[in-house]
Design a protein around this ligand. Structure first.
Ligand SMILES: C[S@@+](CC[C@H](N)C(=O)[O-])C[C@H]1O[C@@H](n2cnc3c(N)ncnc32)[C@H](O)[C@@H]1O
Length: 208
């Protein structure tokens, strides 16, 4: 990981993903989480203040030390114990079927192999457990999608590996998790921001 991705991107992300509009969506994404929760791509801990009272603990998987350091105040303010249990969502150290819920927000765009990460999430969720996701990705409008593919190489370089054009619900479904609900819409912002702003909010369950 270069210094830009390790030191600068986490700070930019902390600000860009810390808006009030996104906080509203985080609250919806976190509703229903309970028990032992795995969060993949923990970042600077923006979801902590939205966790329901039924959450017992959070296992945080985050590669960027700077992101983890930025989360310190939020972790201290959280009534829920948070432990950094890994640095790569593609190779979790957790045992099979050991979590009640999993959470991933704005990270499936960045994890190099999201299919592997989702397979890992499925493995560590107990049967009946549920992944909650809030992500950005491929827009349905061909014009916007074309720009997303065009901008992807630059976005990847500037934003720590972030892709604009990943089809998040398709990736989740391909992992064997059953997609139960997805709301998809442009996130608040000017028209020009559309390639960055097609959002998916949903849940997917492990059936067996
Ligand atoms: C745009 S940030 C989102 C952070 C946070 N989830 C949020 O909603 O604010 C993307 C996050 O994915 C993390 N990430 C990148 N590669 C990863 C991997 N292989 N496993 C887990 N997280 C990863 C980055 O370090 C970064 O914290």
């Amino acid at each position: 990981m270069g210094w830009w991705t390790e030191r600068v991107v986490p700070r930019i992300t902390d600000k860009a993903c810390g808006t009030q509009e996104i906080a509203e969506l985080r609250k919806q994404a976190c509703a229903g989480l309970h028990g032992r929760v795995l969060e993949v791509g923990f970042g600077s801990g923006h979801n902590l203040s939205h966790l329901p009272a039924e959450v017992e603990s959070v296992s945080a998987v985050e590669p960027a030390d700077a992101g983890w350091a930025l989360s310190e105040k939020r972790r201290q303010a959280s009534p829920v114990p948070v432990r950094r249990t890994g640095q790569d969502g593609q190779a979790l150290t957790e045992s099979d079927a050991s979590f009640d819920s999993a959470l991933v927000t704005f990270s499936l765009c960045t994890i190099p192999d999201p299919a592997r990460a989702l397979a890992e999430v499925r493995r560590v969720l107990r049967p009946g457990g549920r992944l909650h996701f809030l992500e950005h990705g491929l827009a349905p409008d061909p014009g916007v999608a074309t720009w997303q593919h065009r901008l992807d190489p630059v976005q990847r370089r500037l934003a720590g590996g972030c892709h604009l054009s990943r089809d998040i619900p398709a990736l989740v479904a391909a992992s064997g998790l059953e997609v139960e609900a997805v709301d998809a819409a442009y996130l608040p912002g000017p028209w020009i921001s559309r390639p960055w702003g097609y959002g998916y909010l949903g849940t997917a369950g492990r059936r067996d």
